[in-house]
Design a protein around this ligand. Sequence first.
Ligand SMILES: [Zn+2]
Length: 154
Amino acid sequence: MAKVNKRAERYETHLRSAGVRMTKQRLAILRVLAETHSHPDANEIFHLAFAVDPSISLSTVYRTMRILEERGAIQRHAFDDGRARFEHADGEHHDHLIDVETGKVIEFRSEKIERLQAEIAAELGYDIVRHKLELYGRAKPDKAAPPRTKRRAS
Ligand SMILES: [Zn+2]
């Protein structure tokens, strides 16, 4: 819980320094956002926040997310389903595999891929500043084979 509180406080600091007036609606949104673990879209955040405080509007959620994104506090993903999804920017770097049937998002990290990307960029005369890798897949009929890369809980 300590991490969630810290996160909510950090988001609040970002909004305040962006000149946003803190209302109880915004505090509830930040609280809800700080507690999320997966990759929610604005609508999902709105529904969670609305359950806490029905005076919260979807546009306040959008605006809050936009400011946090502009300040680098959250990351926005645009996976193939077209919905903008958000995730905390304070986690470790990872990549995503998206199940094309269910839309489930699986996080993974592969040192091999990280290394390979750096090598390719270097060959092209670049240092990588950031990257995004999205794999789109369908689950194999038998999922008996253990994943070879370290999986993270999403
Ligand atoms: Zn992620």
